[in-house]
Design a protein around this ligand. Structure first.
Ligand code: ADP
Ligand code: MG
Length: 621
């Protein structure tokens, strides 16, 4: 292609050169012709001049003048001729150079032509080689195609033979398929039969398991009842109402001097005996157990543990801390953050017990906190701690009591309890400026309800644990009290006496139990009656100046203590809880006599003392 292009270019240039040359030739020949013409005309002019010269010789001076003129003219013409000759010469030279140029151009043209020819030859050569290449490629492709074709043919032959061998396999497959089809048609019938027999077998197995289960369930229930009975028996043997005493250590607050000397001693061989030196006279009491100042919170808790777990089995339990202010009631019930008391330990125990039984039982534990002050019940966990709460009979006719509006918190961990306690405490602190004084004059109740469902039987149980930090039991002299303090004292006296009366009536299995004589006993009615269990922790101070109150507390303790008496002697043996009694032995600390306290159990006399069977030493009252 390149060569062809170059050839065309050269041809074009050649054509241009040729045209140029022709033009030049024409121009030169024209000029040559012009020059020839000029020469001819100049030759034709010469004869007249010769004539003039001849006539000049003949004619006169006038003619001479004319001659000279003519000579001058001749001269001029000669000059002109010389000039023309010059021009001619130049022109000839030009012509010659033009001839040379022409020759040159011709040579160039010849050169171009030869080049053109060579390019053409080259092109032809290349074309030929290309043609050869093409032919060779076609041949190769053809050979390859032939080889491939041959391979395809061979493959085809293989496939054909394969097809021939597959045909019999297909035939056996078809027959197999037909056989299977026949079997499938018969399958539902077969399946039905198999199902029927399996169903019958399963039914039988289920029946067997069922009857086994029934048997196990019966046994389980029997065991449960037996356990409950054993527990009841155990508690009965220990007494449904148990009384223990705890003596707090002598503290710095007790001061120094004779007033602060220790007046309480213990029996080294019998941990149910306590000796008190009152006004120089020794008095001894026997209770279910006596804890010396050395006893730890854990030791005390160990003693009440069984009661608390019975709550999980659906029993109602009451634990009271009784005693004069400063004797350690709050320490025993609440304790300190480092050394918590019964309240927190009880809940902790409940949590762990419930956890242990989690595979068979589902439990929820809720807590409420309330206080009774001046015979008014208040919710310590409510948003309105000021609000007075009422105790109502359940409308369902079960005879159960309930307190509408009393807040219940569900608790699952020690953290939850701490939060609840803190909340109750804050409520109390914000309500009363002198909390210590107030708490010594009110009863604080922590009510823990444990509700359980037996996963296998659906059996439901509800047990209530009432933990009560009672108001201070100290008696206020008539002279020292007036106004609100007197009213407080009357209320406290009334409710503590009512508690004693109720316990006495329960113990003697009297028909009438005076629950309604105080808010406290009315509220705890469910948890005090029936097969409920009660523990009274009587707190005493060991120091000399408190011996009067200590004596009073221990007397109270001995009375509420559960002593199994013979049915005939029971009534006669029981004392009453009328306040006349303490007036008898402690006339100095006479309590004002509220009208409600006049109530006493029928048939009870003020003369005989309770618990005389187990008492080893008679108190010197
Ligand atoms: P109460 O609640 O009966 O008025 P507290 O529980 O407040 O009495 O106890 C009065 C003081 O005696 C508190 O400072 C308490 O920490 C302390 N206390 C009571 N019992 C014990 C004890 N067993 N061990 C050590 N300190 C005690
Ligand atoms: Mg207290």
């Amino acid at each position: 292609q390149q060569k062809t292009d170059r050839l065309a270019e050269v041809e074009l240039r050649l054509k241009d050169c040729l045209a140029e040359k022709a033009q030049e030739e024409e121009r030169l020949s024209r000029r040559l012709r012009d020059s020839h013409e000029t020469i001819a005309s100049l030759r034709a002019q010469s004869p007249p001049i010769k004539y003039v010269i001849r006539t000049v010789e003949v004619e006169s001076s006038k003619t001479k003048q004319a001659l000279s003129e003519s000579q001058a003219r001749n001269q001029h013409l000669q000059e002109q001729v010389a000039m023309q000759r010059q021009v001619l010469k130049e022109m000839e030279q030009q012509l010659q150079s033009s001839h040379q140029l022409t020759a040159q151009l011709r040579a160039q043209i010849a050169m171009y032509e030869s080049e053109l020819e060579r390019a053409h030859g080259q092109m032809l050569e290349e074309m030929q080689s290309l043609e050869e290449d093409k032919n060779r490629a076609i041949e190769e492709a053809f050979a390859r195609a032939q080889v491939e074709m041959k391979a395809v043919h061979e493959n085809l032959a293989g496939v054909r033979t394969n097809l021939l061998t597959l045909q019999p396999a297909l035939r056996t497959l078809t027959s197999d398929y037909n056989g299977l089809k026949r079997q499938v048609r018969g399958f539902p019938l077969l399946l039905q039969e198999a199902l029927k027999s399996v169903k019958a077998e399963i039914g039988q197995a289920i029946e067997e398991v069922n009857s086994n289960n029934q048997e196990l369930l019966r046994k389980y229930r029997r065991e449960l009842q037996l356990r409950k009975k054993c527990h009841n028996e155990l508690v009965r043997l220990k007494g449904n109402i148990r009384v223990i005493a705890r003596v707090r250590p002598v503290t710095k607050e007790d001061g120094e001097g004779p007033d602060a000397t220790n007046a309480v001693t213990f029996d080294a061989d019998d941990d149910s005996i306590i000796h008190l030196l009152h006004k120089g006279k020794p008095v001894s009491f026997e209770l279910d157990k006596v804890f010396s100042p050395r006893a730890s919170q854990q030791d005390v808790f160990q003693e009440v543990q069984a009661l608390i777990t019975s709550c999980i089995d659906g029993f109602n339990v009451c634990i009271f801390a009784y005693g004069q202010t400063g004797a350690g009631k709050t320490y025993t019930m609440e304790g300190t953050p480092e050394n918590p008391g019964i309240n927190q330990r009880a809940l902790q125990l409940l949590f762990s017990e419930v956890q242990e039984k989690a595979s068979d039982w589902e439990y929820t534990i809720t807590v409420s906190a309330a206080e009774i002050y001046n015979e008014v019940l208040r919710d310590l966990l409510g948003q309105e701690p000021q609000e007075k709460l009422e105790i109502r009979l359940c409308p369902d006719g079960s005879g159960q009591l309930y307190v509408p509006g009393l807040t219940e918190f569900q608790v699952q961990s020690v953290d939850d309890i701490n939060k609840v306690f803190e909340f109750g405490h804050t409520n109390r602190t914000t309500e009363f400026t002198n909390l210590n004084e107030h708490s010594s004059r009110s009863h604080a109740l922590l009510i823990v309800t444990v509700r359980g469902v037996d996963c296998s039987t659906g059996l439901r149980t509800t047990g209530k644990l009432n933990l009560v930090d009672l108001a201070g039991s100290e008696r206020v002299g008539k002279s020292g009290a007036e106004g609100s303090r007197l009213r407080e004292a009357q209320h406290i006296n009334k409710s503590l006496s009512a508690l004693g009366d109720v316990i006495a009536a329960l113990r003697s299995r009297q028909g009438h139990v005076p629950f309604r004589n105080s808010k406290l006993t009315y509220l705890l009615q469910d948890s005090l009656s029936g097969d409920s269990k009660t523990l009274m922790v009587v707190q005493v101070s060991p120091v000399e100046k408190n011996t009067s109150e200590t004596l009073y507390s221990l007397k109270f303790a001995e009375r509420v203590r559960s002593v199994e008496l013979g049915p005939g002697s029971r009534r006669a043996e029981l004392g009453s809880w009328s306040s006349q009694e303490h007036l008898e032995w402690e006339p100095a600390c006479q309590t004002p006599q509220p009208s409600a306290r006049a109530h006493s159990a029928p048939g009870s006399g003020t003369t005989s003392r309770p618990g005389s069977i187990r008492r080893k030493l008679q108190p010197l009252a």
